[in-house]
Write a protein that binds this ligand. Sequence first.
Ligand SMILES: O=P(O)(O)OP(=O)(O)OP(=O)(O)OC[C@H]1O[C@@H](n2cnc3c(O)ncnc32)[C@H](O)[C@@H]1O
Length: 173
Amino acid sequence: MKIAVGTKNPAKLQAVTLAFEKMGYNATITGVNVPSDVSDQPFSDDETVRGAINRATAALAAGAYDFGIGLEGGVVDTKYGMMLSNWCAIVSPQEPVSLGGGVRMLLPETIAAEVRQGRELGHVIDDWAGRHDVAKGEGTIGILTHGHITRSAMFRDAVICAFSPFALRGDNA
Ligand SMILES: O=P(O)(O)OP(=O)(O)OP(=O)(O)OC[C@H]1O[C@@H](n2cnc3c(O)ncnc32)[C@H](O)[C@@H]1O
């Protein structure tokens, strides 16, 4: 099956590769640069989901693909503090959109405060961890869980969840 992923981010592309390997499908995976059409730092589940759907839809339209996948990272402020929000959207030519979410965790308040002031999480976590391009590597979740859950592993599971309605039909292998 031919799959377009709406990003060139290596952590996200690795997540999709890991998901289809784990599910046992023979998939050709292509990363395509598409806009998310939401803000650079999504600030709610709704906005993060919309970014994922927009990326998936644009990726599917970029060529002759069976599925388009969008992966989007954002944050959600709650009464407990700011949480990571990560969503996978999968679209196909005939089916309604399917969604799968990533695991949640609270951000340290020092990070949350800077994001609330308007800085992108990717920049804040780079400074906080003294690293470069964390968003393309282990991700904030990887830094905060001491590498036990990387961004690729987190998005891998979100992809598997989002793909489950298609896999249930059993005709996509
Ligand atoms: O190249 P693309 O696909 O755009 O990947 P991205 O990581 O830059 O873009 P996202 O839309 O997924 O994330 C939106 C913003 O939140 C940041 N972000 C979200 N989740 C993150 C994570 O786990 N680690 C680091 N930055 C994250 C990211 O750097 C962006 O500033």
